[in-house]
Design a protein around this ligand. Structure first.
Ligand code: C2E
Ligand code: MG
Ligand code: MG
Length: 729
C-alpha cells in the first residue's frame, strides 16, 4: 500500500536534497532542542552508524525503555523484527536523497511487536552525518486494515464459492469485484473487467426470447441506468433478460441487486444467475403441455389458447373451425388394439399435415378427432372445399400391419364469430355438429345449427334410455321379407330391431344403434334380437309357414364377445330352430376388423350349420381375394347401388361387377332396397337370386308378416315375378 510521505513534525530538516544541517547547540540550545522533541508525540531518533545517538521521549516509550541512557549507543536493529532487516537498507534509500517510508515491525523491549511507519532521512547531527528516524505507530490502524482485508478475503472466497455470479459495482457503475461464477457465466476473467464499467455486461442482447415469461424483461436498448433502476425497484423476484457472453453467445440471465454501504461508500451488488437451462426446461415443459405426444400436433389446450387469441381481439376475425372425426375408429381400436389405433392416428396426422395451408392451424383432440382452424373461411362453400381437401388425403388405403384400411371422416364445422365467439362455445358446437354428421350416416360434413345442439342433448340421454329399454323390454322386431326371384315366394326375412320409445314412439335402429355399439349395449340387445328372431321363426315353421331363413344383423362389437357362438348355439337349442334356418349378417366393413377373430367365429358358426351373409356389400372396399378367405354364403348388394339402377352408369357398373364376382365365388346375391319394377327387372336380369325392398314389403310386424307370407304363396297369373298384390305402408 502506497502512503503519502510523512511530513516531519519535529523541525528536523532533511539533509538532502536541500543539504541543510541540524546542528543542535550545546548547553541551553541543546536542552531546548530536547524539550522541544520530547514534547512531540512522534517518535524521533537520530542514528549514527546504526546506533542511537538520540531518542525523544515518544521514541523511548514506543521502544518500551524508560531512560535515554539505556537506548543511546545501542544498535537500532536490535529493535527491528528480523524479517524486516532487509527493509531497512538505509544506504540505498538515502543515496537517492529521498525520504523513505517503510512500514516495519518494531520489537519492543518487552517483546510486544508494533507496526510502525518509518521515515528515514539524512541529517547533519552534531557536525556529523547521521540519520533521523521518525516513526509513527500504525499498529492499531494496520491491524484494523489487515483484519478488514482478511474479512474481505473471506468474503471474496465465499463469493467465489457461490453458484451465482456476483458483481460489485461502485456508485459510478465501475466493477469492483467479479466472482468466479461471474467469470464462468460471462467468460471474462475478473482481472480484465475490474475497474471497467458494468454496463456492457448487463446490456440486454438484441433478441429477447422470453417475452412470454412472467418475469419482467428489459427493452433491448435499456442502458445501465435503466437496469440499475429496474433492479433497485426490486419489484420483480428477478429480472429475466438475455445477455451476451464474451464469445458472443446469448444466455438467459436472472438479475437481482442489493445496495450496500461500505466504508461510507455506496456499492451495488448485482447477482447474475444463468437460468438458460431452467428456461429451456420450462419452455420444453410448456411445449409438451401444448403438444399431442402421439402425433406431435398441437393439443386441445393449445387449440383453446389459439381460439382465445383469435376471438378475444378487438376486431375478431372470421373463420371456420372444422372437426374431423374418423369414422368407425372406435371399432378399429377395439378390434385391432390400441397400438394399431395409435399408428393409424399417426398416419392420418401425416396425411393431413401437408395439406394444412399457411395460416391454418391443425390440432388433435384426445381420441380420433382432429380440429382445423381456418381463418378467412366464411361460407359453407369454403368449408366444403376444406373438408374435400382433407378427405382427398384418405382416398388411398392405409397399410398397417399388412392390413389395408380405408378411412372416411365425418366433419362438423362452425363459422366464427357468427356461430360462436369464444373457444368454449366454438368447441362444444363443432363437436355437436360432428356428432350429428356421424349419426346421420357418416362420411359427410355438417355445419352447426341450433337444431344440432338439441340433438346432442338428446343423444346424451340415449344411453340411459337404452338401458331402461332393455329392462322394460321396449325393443321388438320387424321382419322384412326376402323374396326368391325364381319361385316368387318368400324365402326368408331379415329381422330388424325397433324401439318402442315412451315419448318418441317407434324408433328405427339408425337413431340408436351407433350409441348401442359405442356403449357395448349392443351385446345384450343383440342377444334379445337373436332369441326373439329364432323363437318367432321356429314358431312360423312349426305352423307350416314354410321353410324360412331368418337373417339377424350382428354388429362387429358382438364378434369380440367370446361367448357369442356358445350363446347362438344355446338359443338354437332353446328355441328348437334348425341352424340351417338362421343366417348371420355381418357388414362388409365388419369383416375388416380383427380378421382372425372374425374368421374363427364365422368358421364356428358354419360348423353349427348357420349361414353367413355379407351386408351392405360394395361400401367396404373388400377385394375378391379378401372375400375368398371367409366362409360366406350370401352377398347383399347395398341399397345405395340399387337406388340408381337402371339409369346411373356407376351403379350399373358396380352392381354388375358385384353379381359377376359373387357368381365366380358361388355366392347367392340379394339386392337390397328394391323399390321399383325397373330396379327389380334390372337385378333380376343380372342374375340376382333374391330381392328385399319396399317394392315387395316394408319391414312387418309378426302378424303382418304372417299374413304376407300366406298371401304371397299364391303365384300370379303369368307365373312370373311382379310387384306383390298387397303392400304395407
Ligand atoms: P340393413 O341390415 O342393411 O337393413 C336394411 C335396412 O334397409 C332396414 O333399415 C330396412 O328397413 C331398409 N330397407 C329395406 N328395404 C328398403 C327399401 O326398399 N328402401 C329403403 N329406403 N330402405 C329399405 P332399418 O330397419 O332402419 O335398419 C337399418 C340398419 O340397422 C340395418 O341395415 C342394420 O344394419 C341395422 N340393424 C337393424 N336391426 C339390427 C339388429 O338387430 N342388430 C344390429 N346389430 N343391427 C341392426
Ligand atoms: Mg342387414
Ligand atoms: Mg344392408
Amino acid at each position: 500500500m502506497k502512503q503519502p510521505p510523512v511530513q516531519p513534525e519535529n523541525g528536523l530538516v532533511p539533509a538532502a536534497p536541500a543539504g541543510n544541517s541540524v546542528e543542535p547547540q550545546t548547553g541551553t540550545g541543546a536542552d531546548e532542542f530536547r524539550v522541544l522533541l520530547d514534547s512531540s508525540q512522534g517518535f524521533v531518533a537520530v542514528i549514527e552508524g546504526g546506533r542511537f545517538v538520540f531518542a525523544n521521549r515518544a521514541a523511548l516509550s514506543l521502544l518500551g525503555v524508560e531512560q535515554d541512557a539505556s537506548v543511546v549507543g545501542t544498535d537500532f536493529m536490535r529493535y527491528v523484527h528480523p524479517d524486516d532487516f532487509a527493509a531497512i537498507d538505509v544506504g540505498s534509500h538515502v543515496a537517492s536523497g529521498n525520504f523513505t517510508v517503510t512500514p516495519i515491525r518494531i520489537v519492543r523491549a518487552d517483546g510486544i511487536v508494533l507496526q510502525v511507519e518509518l521515515t528515514i532521512s539524512e541529517v547533519i547531527f552534531r557536525g556529523r552525518v547521521a540519520h533521523a528516524y521518525l516513526a509513527l505507530d500504525r499498529t492499531q490502524e494496520l491491524q484494523a486494515i489487515s483484519a478488514l482485508s482478511a474479512r474481505e478475503g473471506r468474503i471474496l472466497k465465499i463469493l467465489d464459492a457461490m453458484i451465482d455470479g456476483v458483481i460489485t459495482v461502485d456508485d459510478d457503475g465501475y466493477i469492483e469485484s467479479f466472482n468466479k461464477a461471474a467469470e464462468d457465466i460471462f467468460g471474462f476473467r475478473a482481472g480484465s473487467v475490474i475497474g471497467q464499467s458494468v454496463e456492457p455486461l448487463l446490456r440486454p442482447a438484441p433478441r429477447m426470447i422470453l417475452h412470454d415469461t412472467p418475469h419482467a424483461s428489459l427493452p433491448p436498448a435499456a442502458g445501465l441506468t435503466a437496469i440499475l433502476e429496474t433492479l433497485a425497484k426490486g419489484e420483480f423476484g428477478g429480472l429475466v433478460t438475455e445477455l451476451k457472453r464474451r464469445d458472443g453467445t446469448n444466455f438467459v440471465a436472472e438479475l437481482s441487486m442489493s445496495e450496500l454501504k461500505h466504508l461510507d461508500r455506496q456499492i451495488y451488488c448485482v447477482i447474475v444467475r444463468d437460468v438458460t437451462e431452467r428456461k429451456r426446461f420450462e419452455q420444453t415443459l410448456e411445449r409438451l403441455a401444448l403438444e399431442d405426444t402421439l402425433t406431435g400436433l398441437p393439443n386441445r389446450l393449445h387449440l383453446v389458447r389459439m381460439l382465445d387469441d383469435l376471438t378475444r381481439g378487438e376486431t375478431p376475425q372470421t373463420g371456420a373451425v372444422i372437426l374431423f372425426d374418423l369414422d368407425r375408429f372406435k371399432n378399429i381400436n377395439d378390434f385391432f388394439g390400441h397400438s394399431f389405433g395409435d399408428t393409424l392416428l399417426q398416419s392420418v396426422a401425416e396425411r393431413f399435415s401437408p395439406v394444412v395451408l399457411p395460416g391454418e392451424f391443425l390440432s388433435r383432440l384426445p381420441g380420433d378427432e382432429f380440429v382445423l382452424v381456418s381463418p378467412g373461411a366464411a361460407s359453407a362453400a369454403d368449408v366444403d372445399a376444406i373438408v374435400k381437401r382433407f378427405s382427398e388425403t384418405l382416398k388411398r388405403p392405409f397399410l398397417i400391419d399388412d392390413f389395408e384400411l380405408f378411412m372416411t371422416i365425418s366433419a362438423g364445422a362452425i363459422l366464427y364469430p357468427d356461430q360462436g365467439s369464444d373457444s368454449e362455445t366454438i368447441l362444444k358446437r363443432v363437436e355437436s355438429a360432428a356428432y350429428f354428421a356421424k349419426d346421420s350416416g357418416r362420411n359427410h360434413c355438417q355445419i352447426y345449427s341450433a337444431k344440432i345442439s338439441e340433438g346432442r342433448a338428446e343423444r346424451l340421454d340415449l344411453e340411459s334410455e337404452l338401458r331402461k329399454a332393455l329392462r322394460t323390454e321396449a325393443f321388438f322386431l320387424a321382419y322384412q321379407p326376402r323374396v326368391d326371384l325364381r319361385s316368387g315366394t318368400v324365402h326368408g326375412m331379415e329381422a330388424l330391431i325397433r324401439w318402442s320409445h315412451p315419448r318418441l314412439g317407434q324408433m328405427s335402429p339408425g337413431s340408436f344403434i351407433n350409441v348401442a355399439e359405442e356403449t357395448g349395449l349392443i351385446v345384450p340387445i343383440g342377444d334379445l334380437v337373436l332369441e326373439a328372431a329364432c323363437q318367432t321363426t321356429n314358431h312360423w315353421i312349426e305352423r307350416g309357414l314354410g321353410p324360412l331363413i331368418v337373417s339377424v344383423n350382428l354388429s362387429t362389437r358382438q364378434f369380440r364377445d367370446a361367448g357369442l357362438v356358445g350363446r347362438i348355439e344355446a338359443v338354437l337349442d332353446r328355441t328348437g330352430l334348425p341352424a340351417s334356418c338362421l343366417e348371420i349378417e355381418i357388414t362388409e366393413s365388419g369383416l375388416m376388423f380383427e380378421i382372425d377373430r372374425v374368421l374363427e367365429v364365422l368358421a364356428d358358426l358354419k360348423d353349427l350349420g348357420v349361414s353367413i351373409a355379407v351386408d351392405d356389400f360394395g361400401t367396404g372396399y373388400s377385394s375378391l381375394s379378401y372375400l375368398k378367405r371367409f366362409p360366406i354364403d350370401v352377398l347383399k348388394i347395398d341399397q345405395s347401388f340399387v337406388r340408381g339402377l337402371p339409369d346411373e352408369p356407376d351403379d350399373v357398373a358396380i352392381s354388375t361387377a358385384i353379381v359377376a364376382m359373387a357368381k365366380s365365388l358361388k355366392l347367392r346375391v340379394v339386392a337390397e332396397g328394391v323399390e321399383t319394377q325397373a330396379q327389380l327387372d334390372f337385378v333380376s336380369g343380372l342374375g340376382c337370386e333374391e330381392v328385399q325392398g319396399y317394392l315387395f314389403s316394408q319391414p312387418l310386424s309378426v302378424d303382418e308378416f304372417d299374413a304376407y307370407v300366406l298371401e304371397s304363396r299364391v303365384p300370379n297369373a303369368a307365373g312370373g315375378i311382379s310387384a306383390p298384390k298387397r303392400r304395407f305402408n
